[in-house]
Design a protein around this ligand. Structure first.
Ligand code: FRU
Length: 472
């Protein structure tokens, strides 16, 4: 039998949101609109939510505010895909009622999709908010009903009101969830709970906690196994910049370790490492399908400008990436299906010094140079606007992504391949080095088409493709 009751309020509100979206869509200025990255139909997007596989399709939800291209009371937007590249827009899944619908995840139980998300309430007593965990259900993966018994999980061991972004998984007959929180003296931590039925939860342990210097709040935790190790992936707020590291407003990274399901203890075996070194990357979420661990992230960052916001939308997702654990680090490669986007080959062979490859609004570029010499690519709009210089600096053996003087850089020791794979979309660049051991995700806003110039003191082995549109 069905364990939930239909919420009439939510379905009425969804029709209203959908009417508004349909009307506003016509007003969007398409100049920066991404062609193969998931983005909101109108309005604002932040974190990926509920990334899952249900009845033969991938489902992705996202933090969504339809009524402005700025953050506002959170809804859950919804898209689905048969293959992780071709996406279609589905009706908004959750609308805020008493609670704002903050980040969370999805699981499938008895052929029902269950969303677990943070309900954020505004209160009139200090600290003026309260965060607890809610459930919503769907029989068809399209229409969602909120659980009448919400919230189902409302206690932190220290009473902290910061208690958000549940990531649920199943292991041997129990549901487990990790949730982001903090200590009373403002150190980020991740809490672990368990339930036999998704409704009744018991606290198990603290999976990780900053000893100081690792941020005041850990958002969007994820916890999963690759090759026998457990990875704690999360987005700490408030780590201070240190040299090349931690230059964004907030960070996303991971700790590798071992986990024991009898003691609920996670023993770290590595330091915290950033998982992406670009300017715009936050709030990751993973899911496992056919033994592959796939990651998606918000292609954005808090408190930075979004030049597309005057066009009626703001924010996007990165491309989907497959994770691996190699030589004590988590690598990220574009999912295999990304090659399905290739239409025509624009260039193949020796990309000469000062040569130019002209793309349209999209492209994929695979380049390989002699790493004993410098490499430099200038990537810019045919009519100016946004520009990125991508560089290999032999003196320091670093890959450098210089967006109009705002530099991100990191040491690169190729595991095997010495190629770079660069994805360009209308207002974005993603660079995957080698086997995905170093990755940069950066939004950039060119005028016109993409022009890539080889400014290296060497010719480069190159293949360049045009990519097709795959999102609405
Ligand atoms: C991370 C985050 C989450 C929260 C959501 C609100 O970017 O701050 O912790 O659930 O965004 O939109």
């Amino acid at each position: 039998g069905t364990v939930y009751l239909k919420s009439v309020k939510q379905s009425d509100a969804i029709e209203e949101v959908e009417r508004y979206i349909a009307e506003k869509k016509a007003e969007i200025n398409p100049r920066y609109r991404l062609q193969y990255h998931v983005a909101p139909p109108v309005g604002w997007m932040n974190d990926p939510n509920g990334f899952s596989y249900f009845r033969g399709e991938y489902h992705l939800f996202y933090q969504f505010y339809p009524y402005d291209s700025q953050w506002g009371p959170m809804h859950w937007g919804h898209v689905s895909s048969p293959n992780l590249v071709d996406w279609k827009q589905l009706p908004t899944a959750l609308v805020p009622e008493e609670e704002m619908c903050f980040s969370g995840s999805a699981v499938v139980k008895d052929d029902t999709m269950i969303l677990m998300y943070t309900g954020r309430l505004t209160t009139d007593v200090e600290p003026f908010f309260n965060e607890t965990q809610y459930l919503a259900f769907s029989d068809d993966g399209v229409v969602f009903h909120k659980y009448e018994g919400n919230p189902v999980l409302s206690f932190t061991p220290n009473g902290s009101p910061d208690f958000r972004d549940p990531k649920v998984w199943k292991h041997e007959g129990y549901w487990y969830v990790v949730i982001g929180s903090k200590t009373l003296d403002e150190r980020g931590r991740v809490l672990l709970y368990r339930s036999p039925d998704m409704v009744n939860w018991e606290f198990l342990s603290i999976i990780g906690e900053s000893t100081g210097g690792m941020g005041y709040m850990w958002e969007c935790p994820d916890f999963f196994e690759i090759k026998g190790k457990h990875i704690l992936l999360m987005s700490p707020q408030g780590i201070e910049p240190q040299g090349d590291r931690y230059k964004n407003t907030h960070q996303t990274g991971y700790i590798i370790g071992s986990f024991n399901y009898e003691t609920y203890e996670f023993v770290p075996e590595s330091d915290f490492q950033e998982i992406d070194f670009g300017h715009d990357f936050y709030a990751t979420q993973t899911t496992e399908v056919d033994g592959k661990r796939i990651l998606i992230a918000w292609f954005g960052m808090w408190d930075v400008p979004y030049p597309e916001d005057v066009d009626g939308w703001a924010g996007a997702m990165t491309i989907f990436r497959e994770l691996d654990l190699v030589a004590n680090r988590v690598t990220m490669k574009p999912v295999e299906a990304m090659t399905d986007l290739r239409t025509e080959t624009l260039f193949e062979g020796e990309f000469s010094e000062d040569g130019i490859i002209e793309f349209g609004k999209t492209g994929e570029l695979i380049v390989k140079g002699d790493l004993s010499k410098n490499i430099e690519l200038e990537i810019k709009g045919s009519n100016g606007g946004g520009q990125v210089i991508v560089r290999w600096d032999t003196a320091v053996r670093k890959v450098v992504v210089d967006r109009e003087g705002d530099v991100r850089q990191v040491e690169w020791l190729p595991l095997k391949s010495e190629s770079w794979r660069i994805f360009l979309d209308s207002s974005s660049l993603e660079l995957f080095c080698g086997e995905g051991e170093v990755v940069f995700s950066t939004r950039v806003y060119p005028d016109g088409d993409w022009y890539v110039t080889n400014r290296s003191p060497q010719a480069l082995d190159t293949v360049a493709y045009k990519l097709r549109r795959s999102v609405p």
